[in-house]
Design a protein around this ligand. Structure first.
Ligand code: PDD
Length: 282
């Protein structure tokens, strides 16, 4: 089945889709995005992702050229047309094409692009073994709650992780962990399951928010609290959350084992709660 694209109302094969080289997303990273995945034909957390797109776009003053209902229709259509069993949906909204000049153009014609590809899943082997992470200074700007296209620090951090044979880089700002380069982070310390509180320094992940709710429902003590690198290093368990990773156990940080060095029980409870929720809602 083909990878397909939607560019300002036009559908095409992904390989045939085009935008102007003067698009401000291309020239300035002047835009915002979302990554959504489906389980079957059901786009997971669609309302939450579209709400966040709205918030991100509002924060940088880009009008969204379609209503939420229209976006939902396009997304449903894209999934039907691409016919993947599980689809990765990328939505990008930019301030459109204009001659290169830093201030906003007088007339903004936003570009809204969506791509539909098959979801690349994390293998069972990786999930069962858990992943390694590294820590790095968080050099990003102070508005990381906006899901902006400016991902250079995230890209550099992920590449550094890859070169260290790690899956993710956890970012440290002023002594406290914020999040991963493309995921949120949780630590299990005794009976408490901790994650940094929502702030302008991290993205309030759709998966993060759901995992907090599911954990509370399961009777776990879910706490939003600042965490130091040392707290992570001495945690019984660590795990990542995100659209692409779901709930993923971390077994090593900066080359040192976390807890027993194996995926932990609490992480497994939350992973199972997440999968049960997915099954019920898709
Ligand atoms: N990233 N933090 C950052 C910096 C992220 O980029 C992401 C998601 C998350 C998790 O958010 P959510 O649970 O809503 O997916 C947290 C996407 C998947 C990406 O950029 O590819």
């Amino acid at each position: 089945m083909p990878n397909i694209a939607f560019v300002n109302g036009k559908w095409s094969r992904l390989s045939a889709a085009k935008i102007s080289i003067e698009d401000r997303g291309f020239q300035f990273g002047d835009g915002v995005y979302e990554v959504i995945r489906t389980y079957g034909q059901e786009a997971f957390g669609l309302k939450e992702h579209l709400n966040r797109l709205k918030t991100s776009a509002g924060e940088i003053e880009i009008p969204i050229p379609y209503s939420t209902a229209q976006l939902e229709t396009f997304i449903r259509l894209g999934c039907q047309r691409s016919k993947f069993s599980d689809t990765n949906i990328y939505i990008q909204l930019t301030r459109g094409a204009a001659p290169r000049n830093h201030p906003f153009p007088k007339t903004v014609r936003p570009t809204l692009v969506m791509t539909f590809r098959e979801t690349i899943k994390i293998s069972t082997e990786v999930r069962e073994k858990g992943v390694a992470v590294i820590s790095l200074p968080d050099i990003r700007w102070g508005r990381c709650h906006i899901k902006s296209l400016n991902l250079l620090p995230n890209i550099m951090a992920r590449e550094a992780a890859k070169r260290a044979d790690a899956f993710e880089a956890l970012l440290i700002r002023d002594g406290f962990v914020t999040e991963g380069a493309g995921s949120n982070v949780f630590a299990v310390l005794g009976k408490r399951v901790l994650t940094p509180p929502v702030s302008p320094f991290l993205l309030s992940g759709v998966t993060r928010d759901l995992v907090i709710k599911l954990g509370k429902k399961a009777g776990l003590e879910m706490v939003e609290e600042q965490l130091r690198l040392q707290d992570l290093k001495t945690a019984d368990e660590l795990f990542l959350t995100g659209t692409t990773v779901e709930v993923l156990p971390v077994i090593a940080l900066d080359n040192r084992s976390i807890g027993s060095g194996c995926p932990g029980k609490t992480t497994a409870i939350l992973y199972n709660a997440f999968q049960n929720y997915v099954q019920k809602t898709s």
